[in-house]
Ligand binder design. Sequence first.
Ligand code: SAM
Length: 329
Amino acid sequence: MEALVDSFGRVHSDLRVSLTDKCNLRCTYCMPAEGLDWMPAAEMLSDDELVRVIGVAVRDLGITEVRLTGGEPLLRRGLVDLVRRLADLRPRPKLSMTTNGIGLAKVVEALAVAGLDRVNVSLDTLDRETFVTLSRRDRLDDVLAGLDGARDFGLVPVKVNTVLMRGVNDHEALDLLHYCLERQLSLRFIEQMPLDAQHGWDRSIMVTAEEIQSLLASQHALTPVGGRGSSPAEEFYVDGGPATVGIIASVSRPFCGSCDRVRLTADGQIRNCLFAREESDLRAAVRAGADDAEIAHRFRVSIAGKRAGHGIDDPTFLQPDRPMSAIGG
Ligand code: SAM
């Protein structure tokens, strides 16, 4: 095994795999009300193709963590079986999933038994009306049930991801923190990034990490945990700990220098960065009969071309053509 190292010496051990570009929410900051043109089924990697490619990644490239995402990964047919097959891979990767939580309560036990280790659940508001306005669907109770189910079936730590938006849900930062603290959920606030399908992101109104920190500090003592490693979140002990809250300052304090992530889209494209403008067509290679060495080589070439940073602050920055839902957040 030879680690997946880029030209800046960053070792890549975390593979984020999108299982579908479809979603059952229509969050205003992610996609338009009518949805998007979904990928045709034939263009998506099959379960066999996924297991094979991920198998190469854990065996030959040093991938130790596989995060299933989307779109909404719970919409993938046969998900439990796929998780079981991924848990059978050797070396056994850590398996986690990023989900909106809808329908999670019903399948969480089966997912845990199949080998899923952990989940991240997205939750931007605790207010039903705001949830409907933000996501254009009336599903808050489903998400909250999913969160409780994930904790009860041991998919811990259950991390909650929140994007704060000015005038929409930024007044809920403390309520969300208290909700999570009471339920042993690990909350992380994420700065909004320029990845929406509508290209409506505006840095000047983005709620910054600094603002989030001062909102939280207005009622709680926050002490840096330190030892962040490659984690995107800066973690803080709340009122001396042991509970923590995280802030992911992707825009205002980028952490590209310690990035250890590589992505595979549902249609089989390797992306070396969320904001990459080039992709490597692994699906075409696999379907043309590539052997395992060729698959590993494709990952290595992609990572060798990884840039130092996402460049959001660079005047020449261009938002990627794919929206977040088609990349895999
Ligand atoms: N459907 C799953 C979910 O909701 O977690 C997985 C995919 S979703 C794209 C992953 C995460 O990306 C969610 O937490 C969502 O809030 C976040 N997200 C989407 N668009 C974003 C943006 N422009 N900036 C920051 N986070 C974003």
